[in-house]
Design a protein around this ligand. Sequence first.
Ligand SMILES: C[S@@+](CC[C@H](N)C(=O)[O-])C[C@H]1O[C@@H](n2cnc3c(N)ncnc32)[C@H](O)[C@@H]1O
Length: 75
Amino acid sequence: MDVARAPLKKLDLIYCQNVLIYFARDRRKQLLSALADLLKPGGMLVLGAGEVIGFTHPSLTRIGNRQTLAFRRSG
Ligand SMILES: C[S@@+](CC[C@H](N)C(=O)[O-])C[C@H]1O[C@@H](n2cnc3c(N)ncnc32)[C@H](O)[C@@H]1O
């Protein structure tokens, strides 16, 4: 649950699917922000479609189509 303390280097690609459902809405957004911070510039975060609604992050741009919930990190 403490993603910021996970011993991970910066990542090109993060899949996080069928996990967010276990967390409260506010906690989901905290987790996603922490995952976004783990991405390299240009890296992608792929979530399960419909797993989070209304998530935005200043460094993430949504990509793909309506059936896909994925983001690319800009910087
Ligand atoms: C339904 S499985 C999904 C597994 C995989 N992501 C997939 O889509 O096939 C849910 C996963 O969430 C993990 N999980 C549940 N609560 C968690 C928590 N508090 N911290 C980390 N992982 C958790 C479980 O260990 C399990 O692997």
